[in-house]
Ligand binder design. Sequence first.
Ligand SMILES: Cc1cc2nc3c(=O)[nH]c(=O)nc-3n(C[C@H](O)[C@H](O)[C@H](O)COP(=O)(O)OP(=O)(O)OC[C@H]3O[C@@H](n4cnc5c(N)ncnc54)[C@H](O)[C@@H]3O)c2cc1C
Length: 289
Amino acid sequence: MRYDIIVIGGGPAGLSAALQARTRNKRVLVVGARTEDIPLWKAGQVDNYLGMPGVSGRELLERFEAHAAALGMERMYGRALNAMPVEDGFLVSVGSEVVEGDALILATGTAHGAKYPGEAEHLGMGVSYCATCDGMFYRGRDVVVVGQSAEAPEEANYLHGLGCKVTYVAKTRPDTLDEAIPFRRGVKLEVVGEGNVSALRVDGEEIPCACVFLLRPSVAPGELLPGLEFRDGYIAVDRNMATSIPGVFAAGDCTGLPLQISKAVGEGLIAGHRAAEYLDRTREAGRNV
Ligand SMILES: Cc1cc2nc3c(=O)[nH]c(=O)nc-3n(C[C@H](O)[C@H](O)[C@H](O)COP(=O)(O)OP(=O)(O)OC[C@H]3O[C@@H](n4cnc5c(N)ncnc54)[C@H](O)[C@@H]3O)c2cc1C
C-alpha cells in the first residue's frame, strides 16, 4: 500500500501532523501503538493544555484520534521496525508487513528503554523484536516473550498457537495472556548464550530458550532510520521540522525539550504542513524535468 505521508507514532505530535497533512489532502497513514499504550493515557489530569483544564490524558488522546480519523487519517497498529529510503520514497516495515510512503514524519516520543545486556550481541541470533516475523522459526522450541507493549500478550498467544513453548516475562501478568502460558515476574534481564541465545537470565535465574522476543511499544529513531542526525540526544530539526534526511520530518518529544503536549501538537502542525509542501514541491519539480 502506498501513502503520501507515513507518520510513525500515534501520540499528540503524530496525530496533529496527520490531521494537518489531511487538511492538505494528502493520503496519510499513522503507524503506532493503540491509544491506550501511549504514555499520556496514564495521566489522570492535564492542567496546562490550553482551553481544556483538568482534562485526562485518556480523553485528550481519544479526542485527538477521533478528530484525525474524522478527517480521513488511516491507522495501522503496531511498531515500525525499520524505515528505509528508496529512490522515490521510503519503505517502512511494520511487523511482517511493508508500507510505502513518499515522505515520513517521525513522532516517536522519548520512551524507548535502554537495551538489556546481551541484547545487541544476539540480535538475529535469537533476539527478535517481532513475533509475527520470526515466530515460525521457533515452532516446538522454548521461547521467552518480554512483554512491555499492550500488544505483547496477543503476540505471545500467537506464538503459543504456532506451537512455540512460551514463557511470558513482565512486571505483572496481563489479563489477556492465554492461561496455558507460564508467567514469570522479572525486572533485571540479561540475554545469554555463546553465539546463539541459550537463555534469558531473569533476576539472576536462567530460563532456557532459543529465542527472546523483546516486545516494546517503540523503537529508538536512530535504529529505525540509520543516518538521522541528533542534537543533545534528540532528533535534530530545523524550524520546518525537517531532519537531516530529505523527505523526513520530526515532531514532538523526539525533537527535544520541553516534553509537553502543546509543543508536540504545535510541532506536529508544522511537520504535517511542511511534509505536504515538500511533496507538492518535489512532484512539481519532477513534472518539469
Ligand atoms: C503520566 C504522564 C503525564 C503527563 N502529563 C503531562 C501534562 O500534564 N502536560 C503536558 O503538557 N505533558 C504531559 N506529559 C507529557 C506528554 O505526554 C508528552 O509531552 C506528549 O505526549 C508528547 O507527545 P509525542 O506525540 O511527541 O510522544 P508520545 O506521546 O510519547 O507518543 C509517541 C508514540 O510513538 C510510539 N512509537 C515510538 N516508536 C515507534 C515505532 N517505531 N513504531 C510505532 N510507534 C512508535 C510510542 O510508543 C508512543 O506511543 C505527561 C506524560 C506522562 C507519561
